[in-house]
Design a binder for this molecule. Structure first.
Ligand code: NAD
Length: 458
């Protein structure tokens, strides 16, 4: 066992030492989860539902504590952090209704009765990134547990505190020992073991595309089930017939929320050429008004980045090698100085379609604005990306909104808004943004196998 000092990204100072599991400790936790599976799968559906509702109630009762923990550990604004804890509660409540409604089929056949069952998989390994520690944990664990699986969950090294607390709340709510085990540790140790341990029957991974590819390759060895939620480079497409004031006022929130460390960040703004100058004129005051500061203050729009390394990576898209602002920077907002990993909201206007800022996921508060000519051009530019997670379309023409929504290769689109995530609707990516879907009415299918049974009546 080694340990890791968890930092507060707003100050850069340590807040807690967390023990990191080694391979032996990970194996013990997986074996306990495999043993707990035999009893958890046999819990009557109504009782499993009741336990999940109690878990949801425990999260709700601890909501303010969880939110404050996330402000400290991840630098999320207090408003966002409360939403995130509430999201865990809501996802648990939503899937608590599933055990009693997870219906099979009765299929007409000759000579007997044919029925299907949805069987749980066994132990599910959930690997969580640092950008949304609570919701992403909840999206994996809630449907997995509802379907009768047990879960081992690895939070990101940088942000383990709320996951550890969720594990404690599960036990306090009466979820039996071994059914949900939170294992803080390194990706290369605990995460890799989820991939290689044969008792882990499925890996749910959210994180970078590079690590996701490696996990998918590792899972292939055992034909292990895998869901991947990876990076994004989503387009916010603004047509000249849109409410430009509203589109510009909402654009900063669509990309700078969570300091841009959001896989759904609309980090490319595509604006129809005839409205391009006007849109930039409207965008500048909106960006400058975006309040960056102490994430614990109710009025703050954006906190710090997660780490010094992340700040340096983001800066490489904005400053040249000598620390001077790059030529493509149109304007920037403000950020605090001093301790903490601060970066100002920044708007770029790159000319080259192959520019790094247009192709790579920056995962920070940096947005690139580019012009387009017509509907076909907008769809072509939006699709000129290896990613395909989300996107927005701003227009007053409903037919165009639907045509462009169907044309953009992405899993989650919103018209005249930037919403991507609702627990009752499916979420996931096209192309290199991922594989499979989370949330929504069908999530349990990703945590079960269909079994067909024929009973002869002869
Ligand atoms: P990351 O890939 O470095 O790490 C994600 C998790 O994987 C961490 O828990 C890490 O410890 C673990 N990990 C690292 N190496 C591993 C390995 N070899 N085997 C198993 N596990 C390993 O990503 P990150 O930097 O923490 O998160 C940022 C990325 O996550 C961004 O690219 C972002 O777009 C993506 N993301 C995607 C979604 C989505 O739903 N599509 C949501 C949030 C974040």
């Amino acid at each position: 066992m080694s340990s890791f000092t968890v930092l507060n990204p707003a100050t850069g100072r340590g807040i807690r030492e967390v023990q990191l599991a080694d391979v032996a400790a990970t194996d013990r936790a997986i074996e306990r989860a495999a043993a707990a599976f035999e009893t958890w799968r046999a819990v009557a559906p109504a009782d499993r539902a009741r336990l999940l509702r109690r878990f949801a109630a425990a999260v709700d009762a601890d909501l303010e504590n969880l939110a404050k923990l996330e402000v400290q550990n991840a630098g999320h604004t207090i408003g966002n952090a409360r939403w995130e804890a509430g999201n865990v509660r809501d996802v648990l409540t939503y899937y608590a209704a599933a055990p009693e409604r997870h219906l099979g089929q009765q299929i007409p056949v000759a000579g007997g009765v044919d029925i299907t069952f949805h069987e749980p998989l066994g132990v599910v390994g959930v690997i969580v990134p640092w950008n949304f520690p609570m919701p992403i944990a909840g999206w994996g664990l809630a449907p997995a547990l509802a379907a009768g699986n047990t879960v081992v969950l690895k939070p990101a090294e940088l942000t383990p505190l709320t996951a550890i607390r969720l594990g404690e709340l599960a036990l306090e709510a009466g979820i039996p020992e071994g059914v949900l085990t939170v294992i803080p540790g390194k990706g290369s140790v605990v995460g890799e073991r989820f991939v290689t341990h044969p008792a882990v029957r499925k890996v749910v991974f959210t994180g970078s595309t590079g690590v996701g590819k490696r996990i998918m390759a590792g899972c292939a060895e055992q034909v292990k089930r895998v869901t991947l939620e990876l990076g994004g480079k989503s387009a916010n497409i603004v047509f000249a017939d849109a409410d430009l004031e509203k589109a510009a006022a909402n654009a900063p929130g669509g990309v700078f929320d969570n300091a841009g460390q959001d896989c759904c960040a609309r980090s490319r703004i595509l604006v129809q050429r005839s409205a391009y100058d006007r849109f930039l004129e409207l965008l500048e005051p909106a960006v400058k008004a975006f309040r960056v500061g102490d994430p614990g203050d109710e009025g703050t729009d954006m906190g710090p980045l997660i780490s010094a390394a992340q700040r340096d990576a983001v800066a490489s898209y904005v400053y040249d090698g000598e620390g001077r602002l790059g030529a493509e920077v149109a304007f920037q907002g403000e950020a605090p100085e001093g301790g903490g990993f601060w970066f100002p909201p920044t708007v770029l206007t790159p000319r080259d379609p192959g520019a790094r800022a247009l192709q790579e996921e920056i995962f920070g508060p940096v947005v690139a604005v580019v012009p387009f000519d017509d509907e076909a051009d907008a769809v072509r530019i939006a699709n000129d990306s290896a990613f395909g997670l989300s996107g927005s379309i701003w227009t007053s023409d409903v037919g165009r909104a639907l045509r462009v929504s169907r044309g953009v290769e992405a899993g989650n689109l919103s018209v005249n808004s930037h919403s991507s995530v609702r627990y009752s609707t499916p979420f996931g990516g096209f192309k290199q943004s991922g594989l499979g879907r989370e949330l929504g009415p069908d999530a349990l299918d990703a945590f079960t196998e269909v079994k067909n049974v024929f009973i002869s009546t002869d």
